[in-house]
Design a binder for this molecule. Structure first.
Ligand code: SAM
Length: 335
């Protein structure tokens, strides 16, 4: 793997029970186990596929092709100059104008008659694109690096004669990160606070002809769901979480990444099965380094051994030498 493993300071695992102990009481003894080996920075690159290409970027915007539709959207990380001629940009099918902040207002301007939704594909999984108010179209293509990796691990365990992997996808949105591993043989539980997003994910499942796959679609607050799983004693072999900076559960529960994520991670550790294979965390649009995610994951997994790789998810420009950073990630695997 690229990226040298840096020297690590020794850290002590603090079990959840000890964290809530009264001041002055003796902490519980640290359980046996060793921390994961660190591997950072590791840049995971998505080069695009039939239904996705990063065509150009610069001057705060990016030009992408989703299926046959070319979109021009704000991209604060595109600080250099675009490379394609202006006429390519002007011929985009849809342009997002307005505020270029992730959560600000703005709108899509369609330059020709376009369907409300359109179909795309990633291997066995078909999915719908749709122009969303927050400048998204329902898919985060750079996540393909994680989809593919999870699918390979699920298939490898199956090929080795193991039981189907049980996977939990928190903040699952339109379901690609649930459907890709499910198509590879996993049993997946998908959690999202939005009924609309769950409906869209189920549409993607039906359109892919994958209705028979064991996916549980649950509309619930991610933190409440995990807390309940801890109590019920349910365990997962792989967990993926891609939390937003701010969000709301179905009953108005507040999600604030900086506060909610550190509180969630010890519970995530509790619901990882003893045979767990992976844990993947991604974060967009936060003021932090990948190292912040890495250290939080290292603390969470401090007795699990394995390898903890962290870095950025980037998109490689089609036919070009440039790459565009999109998000931070930290990804643990047992081997
Ligand atoms: C940016 S999307 C995640 C992207 C997705 N994992 C992917 O790769 O396509 C964030 C999702 O988190 C959901 N969400 C926000 N707050 C939540 C909460 N408290 N509990 C569960 N889901 C939440 C939103 O409904 C939204 O679908």
């Amino acid at each position: 793997m690229p990226g040298a493993a840096p020297g690590r300071t020794k850290r002590q695992f603090v079990p959840v029970s000890a964290r809530s102990a009264m001041p002055g009481s003796d902490p519980a003894p640290a359980p046996a186990g060793k921390p994961p080996a660190a591997c950072w920075p590791l840049i995971l690159e998505t080069r695009g596929w039939d239904d996705y290409a990063l065509l150009d970027f610069g001057h705060g915007r990016k030009l992408e092709r989703y299926g046959r539709i070319v979109v021009d959207r704000p991209e604060p990380q595109a600080m250099g100059a675009p490379r394609l001629p202006e006429k390519r940009w002007l011929s985009a099918d849809a342009v997002f104008t307005g505020n270029d902040e992730d959560d600000g207002p703005g709108r899509w301007r369609l330059n020709r008659d376009l369907p409300e939704t359109w179909q795309m594909r990633f291997h066995d999984v078909r999915f719908l694109g749709r122009f969303m108010s927050f400048r998204h179209v329902g898919v985060f293509p750079e996540q393909a690096a994680h989809w593919q990796w999870m699918a390979e691990r699920v298939a490898a365990r199956k090929a080795a004669g193991g039981k189907p992997m049980r996977i939990l996808n928190l903040f699952g949105y339109t379901g690609l990160a649930s459907l890709v591993p499910a198509a590879a043989g996993a049993e997946v539980t998908h959690i999202d606070a939005s009924k609309k997003a769950i409906g869209w994910a189920r549409e993607n499942q039906a359109m892919s002809g994958l209705d028979e796959l064991p996916v549980r679609w649950i509309c619930e607050d991610a933190v409440k769901f995990v807390a309940r799983e801890v109590k019920r004693g349910n365990r997962y072999d792989g967990i993926l979480l891609d939390p937003p900076k701010y969000g709301r559960g179905p009953k108005g529960e507040v999600w604030d990444l900086y506060e909610s994520l550190p509180a969630l991670m010890p519970m995530i550790e509790e619901i990882l099965s003893p045979e767990a294979d992976f844990l993947v965390l991604t974060a967009y649009a936060i003021r932090a380094s990948f190292l912040s995610l890495h250290e939080l994951m290292a603390e969470t997994l401090s007795r699990r051994g394995g390898v903890l790789a962290s870095g950025e998810l980037v998109l490689r420009e089609e036919g070009g030498s440039r790459a565009l950073s999109t998000s931070l990630y930290s990804r643990w695997s047992a081997s």
